[in-house]
Design a protein around this ligand. Sequence first.
Ligand code: ZN
Length: 472
Amino acid sequence: MQYETVIGLEVHCELSTKSKIFCGCTTKFGGAPNTHVCPVCAGMPGTLPVLNRAVVEYAVRAGLATNCQITQANKFDRKNYFYPDLPKAYQISQLYFPICTEGYVTLSSGKRVRLREIHMEEDAGKLVHDDWTGGSLADYNRCGVPLLEIVSQPDLRGAEEALEFLGKLKAVLEYTGVSDCKMQEGSLRADVNLSVRPVGATEFGTRTEMKNINSLRAIGRAIAAEAQRQIDLIEEGGAVAQETRRWDDDKALSYVMRSKEDAQDYKYFPEPDLPPIEISKEEIERARSALPELPEAKKARYINALGLSEYDANSITSSVYLARLFDHTAEITGDPKESANWVMGEVLRLLQKTGTQPEDMAFDPDSLWKLIRLVKNNTINRGTAKRVFAAVFATNVSPEDYVKEHNLALVTDDSALRAKIAEVLAANKKSVDEYKAGKTQAFQFLIGQSMKALNGQAPAQEVTKILRELLG
Ligand SMILES: [Zn+2]
């Protein structure tokens, strides 16, 4: 039988606000354990939360950028559960009136993946398992870092769509400055709700949930493995149990954490320590008009106004950091085509080769247009420019300095070129004779020898011209 995989995602993203959601502690990643904490986020009895209003602004921005309705009167609820990384024994979240509802993200096929809601909540701490003593240690630095939980409808079919959706969502969150989306630091992670059903069926199968997967690669692998596990179960005459599973990416398998709890197990109730949140129409409209150019609009502009191919426009807009580098370079050089060639060529090649994420590019964004200018004004040729860019990428050296230090500028002085080429002809008498006897390959050989003698630092056209003159 043919099966189809049905997926809904719950994406958790940490906001880029400077301070935590209910206290003034920093949200900075890392730090010595339990140094970014105060009595409020450490869950001490008798403390009271105070809402960081920036969190509401960020949530509205994320909602507007994903076509959501904004709930003007929303409020927080208390989700009760005990876990050692949650010192209050409850999490402040939103259940009854989430801040954003009914949005969507459009895939490149034109398909709309509906968002059921986006709600605000606080992150929990982190347990560090100590293999030496066999115990666990709690680090509460992350407690109270503001989170958005973005919940999709089960509209995704298979890993490819799920990954495209995540990529588009990640780009929107980066463009709007809502989150840095550093998956390796846990700023963006997803729970995967997955079921399978025979192709053509209208009812959903029983779903499982895989918690907290924090790399795109792992999400893709988890989806493929879980779909196959469910199909095998059904084919063997068994039934899928509704449960929460943990994906172990190293072992490439998932195992049961617990049978699925329902919302009622958390005994949610309205958070009594925080007043309701009011968002005015004016506030929403102000946020809407302050939205930056979003990936889809940027992509359309690259194609229609700048003449980029759809493929290039797609790749460059997939990351706000690549798009910013491209925009800056294209604007100053006035040459979008050449700027795109560099971003799509050397920039992507070196990112891939060094395993660097676009957000971690460390070179001065002015270096790229400076490099393009060096090629355009014939100071260096393309081959040399690639070599210079590799140095810029690795050490953030200025391209001009690097060219000077390594003496890479082209020899454009005519008499110097002529002298060098004359030497080459003198040393290759046999080829000169062959050329004069009508052998055209000999000319190519002499060009090669001349460029070699000039260390490739001469304009090829110029070398060809002088060679022809000297050979008569
Ligand atoms: Zn605090």
